[in-house]
Write a protein that binds this ligand. Sequence first.
Ligand code: KG4
Ligand code: ZN
Length: 348
Amino acid sequence: MYNVPYLTKLETMKILGIESSCDESAVAIYSEQGLLAHAIHSQVEMHSVYGGVVPELASRDHIRKILPLFKKVLAESHLEIKNLDGIAYTKGPGLMGALLVGALFARSVAWAAGIPAIGIHHLEGHLLAPLLSDSPPAFPFLALLVSGGHTQLIAVHALGEYEMLGESVDDAAGEAFDKTARLLGLGYPGGPALAKLAEKGDPNTFQFPRPMIHQKHLNFSFSGLKTAVAQKVMCEQVIDDKMRANLASSIQQAIVDTLTIKCESALKETNYKRLVVTGGVSANQCLRRSLEKMTQKLDTEVYFPDLEFCTDNAAMIALAGYHRLKKGEKEGLPVEVKPRWELMQSAS
Ligand code: KG4
Ligand code: ZN
């Protein structure tokens, strides 16, 4: 269907990546030599007034930002459209309107340039983000994916070969950070703010629940934490700065302990010697320290993405697209986005 000159020059293939699933507009170019350029515009400030992402505002802002970002990465990598060999865009899951902006832009540029475009699962992007670092993990590995919408333990056998071992039955870890941060009167998004405040507190002041840690399965549940924190906050007459820091620290510790214990069980059960931690919450330093300590004990390597690639970015989408296009995958012309999409259904 396509004129596919890229198939003859796999080694120099340059892939444009586009991410617009939620509140970050991002564009990147990835090639065999590595990442050539990437740019992100975060909408956090715009949405913070409303305490969360407003979908319609997100779509409109993606429309405003995507073209300037595209021009920026082309200029930074000293490339022109005609030098691109393929385009990868986030096809889902995410906000319908926001996804459509990226998908339509990607398909239009691809059509005009006569190159293939491929839709990527956002979580596959996160899973592969550690491959952008200087010391990338080899396949296979166990992955802990911890973002604002997902908490999953996945056996990654190879690119596109994923097996779900466990996941949150309710709130995601990032959601637990965000919702409890809100109860403490911290801004949006709450995760980084809560983590910063937690550094000043004592993690042993309050005992918050660490659900499901004694159960054999590898699922998580974080909604009870939000309720426990809400009750604690309601019972207190005055919450001064010290108590707020102690609350933040104890909440963070409960989330980190739960994730660490479940990862340890998963590693013991599967015998993997590589753990990859990815998604927005993988930027959390307390989690990194805890997982480093645990994996050392098990003689297991642990990998995290570089900090700039923990949260949403287009470099991870370009990289995933690069590998899929290199395998010869391609899609037809219809523009399709999938606001709801299970990772396992994206397998190649
Ligand atoms: O992966 P991501 O950018 O977006 C999703 O695909 O969901 O993750 C965003 C989540 C938010 O819940 C945010 O609060 C959390 O990651 N997050 C953090 C930290 N940085 C981002 N949570 C805890 N500590 C952090 N340092
Ligand atoms: Zn994400």
